[in-house]
Design a protein around this ligand. Structure first.
Ligand code: PDD
Length: 280
C-alpha cells in the first residue's frame, strides 16, 4: 500500500508524520472521507467544498490548490489499485514546537490514504440492517467542522460496539437525535415522509445527506428537514444512517427496541440501491 505524505508517495508501512505535528498534539486538523466506486470518486466536489470550508473555519491554509489535490487523490487511489473503497485525506496545521497559539511559520501538512472495501460485504450488512444505541450529546458546538478531534465519537461508537450495535446516535438536551458517531441519522414516518435534522443544527453537513436530498427530490419522495426525538424514531416505520462509508444503511433497532418490523424498510433499501444513479 502507498500513502501520500506532504508531497511524496511512500510505502504505507513506512509512512509517518512528525511527533510535533499539531494534528498529533492538539487534534488541530480536518479530514474528509470520499467513497471510491468503480474507480471514481463519488461526490468529490461536495467533499472538496466542505474541506475548504472546514479549513477556512479553522484558519488553516489549503496545503494544495484544488486541481493539485484532485490529482493527488486520484493518484493515491490509482497507486493502491482501489476500485471500490475509500480515499481519506487529512490536513493539519503543521509541525511546530508545542504551543497552543497558531505557529507563525508552519506549513499545513497533508496526508492521503486509500483502501479497498468489500462491496458485497457492505451490501450484505445493509440488507440485514444495523442496530444503534443512543448516547447523550457531549460534543462541542462546532460539529459542522469536520475536525479530526473525534474523541466523543470514538467513545460513543465503542460503547455501541460493546452493546452489540453498529452506531451510536447522539441525543441533545431535548431528547432529539442530532446524528450518529460517523453518520447522519434519518427516519421514515408512518406517512412515508423522510425526516432528518436541519443541516445547520448541531450536525455535520453530510455529503451523502445532500445527495439523498437531491435523489428524493428527483424521485418526488416526501422529505422534511426537522429534528426528531428518540421516541419518534422508535415509532417510525424505518430509520437509516448515511455517510460516505455507509451510503444508506437501514437501522433495525434503537437501544434494543425494534424499528418498524425490525427489518430494513423499502424506503432505505430503495435509496441505497439507487444511490449511485444520482450521486456522481
Ligand atoms: N464520517 N456525521 C458525522 C459525525 C460524520 O463523521 C460523518 C462522516 C457524517 C456523514 O458525512 P458524509 O455523508 O459526508 O460522509 C455525519 C466519515 C465517513 C468518517 O468519519 O469516517
Amino acid at each position: 500500500r502507498i500513502a501520500y505524505v506532504n508531497g511524496q508517495y511512500v510505502r504505507h508501512a513506512d509512512a509517518g508524520v512528525h511527533i510535533e505535528d499539531r494534528g498529533y498534539q492538539f487534534g488541530d486538523g480536518v479530514y474528509e472521507v470520499c467513497e471510491v466506486r468503480d474507480g471514481r470518486l463519488i461526490d468529490e466536489p461536495r467533499h472538496l467544498a466542505r474541506l475548504w470550508r472546514s479549513l477556512a473555519e479553522l484558519k488553516i491554509a489549503p496545503p494544495l490548490g484544488e486541481a493539485a489535490l484532485k490529482i493527488v487523490l486520484r493518484e493515491t487511489v490509482r497507486r493502491n489499485r482501489v476500485r471500490d473503497g475509500i480515499v481519506y485525506l487529512q490536513v493539519t496545521r503543521g509541525v511546530a514546537r508545542r504551543d497552543h497559539y497558531f505557529p507563525a511559520d508552519a506549513a499545513p501538512a497533508l496526508v492521503v490514504t486509500s483502501r479497498s472495501a468489500d462491496r458485497a460485504k457492505a451490501d450484505a450488512m445493509a440488507e440485514a440492517g444495523v442496530k444503534v444505541i443512543t448516547v447523550p450529546e457531549n460534543r462541542w458546538p462546532r460539529v459542522d467542522i469536520k475536525s479530526i478531534g473525534l474523541l466523543p465519537n470514538v467513545l460513543a461508537k465503542q460503547q455501541a460496539k460493546e452493546a452489540g450495535a453498529r452506531e451510536a446516535w447522539f441525543v441533545d438536551g431535548e431528547g432529539r437525535v442530532t446524528e450518529g458517531g460517523s453518520t447522519n441519522a434519518w427516519i421514515v414516518t408512518a406517512e412515508g415522509v423522510i425526516v432528518t435534522r436541519p443541516a445547520d443544527d448541531g450536525i455535520l453537513r453530510g455529503v451523502t445527506r445532500a445527495a439523498v436530498f437531491d435523489m428524493a427530490e428527483q424521485l418526488q419522495m416526501r422529505i422534511e428537514e426537522r429534528p426528531f426525538t428518540v421516541e419518534e424514531a422508535r415509532r417510525a416505520k424505518e430509520a437509516f444512517n448515511t455517510a460516505a462509508t455507509a451510503i444508506v444503511t437501514p437501522v433495525i433497532a434503537i437501544d434494543g427496541a425494534p424499528v418498524g418490523d425490525s427489518k430494513p424498510g423499502p424506503v432505505a433499501l430503495g435509496l441505497r440501491r439507487r444511490f449511485h444513479e444520482f450521486a456522481h
